[in-house]
Design a protein around this ligand. Structure first.
Ligand SMILES: *Cc1c(COP(=O)(O)O)cnc(C)c1O
Length: 385
């Protein structure tokens, strides 16, 4: 289909394709959020930009140049494809994996010189083996649980854990460049306790190894600990969420993504009609309903059935009926001049109205990081310069 043969869909004809739904991404806001976040760093602390989940759905290749421009020397990834994308974008600094990896992943990421986390003997043996066979090890981080997440850190509260720790240190001590943990909660009281526990465990490691504090980066902070009143003891803050403006808007951080779609159909239905699957809604009066071309396959999951809204003509209109795979139905009775092709804002601003983070988190029953990571993969991304 050529541009001229399309009906009156005014804009967003990117590469002659009309997108049913799309994420608008604002790179300049990411840059500004990064500036603000780095301004909050305590003296001497480093900033690591967490770019996992394709930079929380924003497109890792587009985000890497932004962080390079501001001289950020540390990047966090999870998958090998992200590590490749970061190097392909020209980043020469430290790439750290922010979870533990399989041996296949570790081996596959050797060309990208990814710093891995180690919390088991198995991983330590694998890395020691690679080093013996001549592989260049980029540096590893000893990952401690510190009575925290019990996700992938080594718990050294037990005798068994301490013995494992000693064995890991024996095997790969010289490759260790960092000691890390990830805290489960950022309430001030919990953070204080996590910080203390981690520092105690770190002290134990230094006391039982040849590692020197000055050679090792000890790190546990993330976005929420950077903005917390309790300043955690950390050499590096590993931050994702804060780059994408999904917390502390009162400090000037701005959301970096909006989610949009279009009205594809408008029809009137009489009182008593049922709407959507399972006839879950019965119209109490004559209504004008519209379809918007976004559904659960685009990250508007079925939990949006209830009291969720979207913006059309700068007004909040309710979603009616259960969410379909590629479409939702909204009640537009209050918007008489609505037309097919009109823009619907699922997340973001339109006119004077806004569906912001707190509203969206209630509607979706999850956090914005989850939604951004999902939407960015399930909808066309359009960068707004
Ligand atoms: C995701 C992640 C972070 C970043 O967390 P944010 O809350 O998004 O800043 C830091 N460290 C680890 C280990 C992570 O998995």
């Amino acid at each position: 289909m050529t541009k001229s043969s399309l009906p009156m869909l005014d804009n967003f004809l990117t590469n002659d394709i009309v997108h049913a739904s799309w994420c608008e991404v604002f790179p300049e806001r990411i840059a500004q959020n990064l500036r603000l976040a780095r301004g909050l760093l305590p003296e001497g602390a480093q900033f690591l930009a967490v770019l996992k989940a394709d930079a929380y759905g924003h497109g890792i290749s587009r985000v890497v140049p932004i962080i390079m421009e501001q001289g950020v020397n540390y990047v966090g990834i999870t998958s090998n494809s992200e590590a490749k994308a970061v190097r392909a974008a020209g980043f020469t600094g430290t790439v750290m994996r922010v979870r533990t990896a399989t041996s296949q992943e570790i081996e596959g990421a050797m060309p990208e010189q990814v710093q891995e986390q180690v919390s088991t003997l198995f991983t330590a043996q694998m890395i020691a083996g690679a080093a013996r066979s001549g592989a260049k090890i980029a540096g590893v981080h000893l990952s401690l649980n510190a009575r925290g997440m019990s996700r992938d850190g080594l718990e050294i509260a037990t005798q068994e854990g301490r013995e494992t720790c000693m064995e890991i240190l024996d095997l790969i001590g010289p490759h260790i460049v960092g000691i890390t943990s990830h805290f489960p909660s950022n309430t001030p009281v919990d953070l204080l306790e996590s910080d203390r526990q981690f520092q105690d465990d770190v002290d134990w490691v230094f006391a039982h190894s040849r590692l020197q504090r000055t050679d090792i980066q000890v790190h546990a902070g993330s976005s929420l600990s950077l903005v917390s009143d309790h300043k955690v003891t950390t050499d590096i803050f590993r931050c994702g969420a804060i780059l994408y403006g999904i917390l502390k808007q009162e400090l000037g951080f701005r959301s970096t993504m909006e989610l949009k779609s279009r009205v594809t159909n408008i029809t009137s239905y009489p009182k008593g009609s049922t709407t959507g699957y399972d006839r879950a809604i019965i119209l109490q009066s004559d209504r004008q309903l519209a379809n918007v071309s976004i559904g659960y396959s685009n990250g508007i999951s079925r939990v949006f059935f209830g009291d969720s809204t979207v913006l059309i003509h700068g007004q909040r209109v309710p979603i009616l009926g259960k969410i379909s795979m590629n479409t939702i139905t909204v009640d537009v009775t209050e918007i008489p001049d609505i037309a097919v092709g009109d823009e619907a804002v699922i997340f973001g601003r339109q006119g004077g109205a806004c569906i912001d983070g707190p509203i969206m988190e209630r509607q979706a029953d999850t956090i914005m990081a989850d939604l951004f990571a999902d939407w960015g993969l399930r909808n066309q991304r359009i960068y707004i310069e």
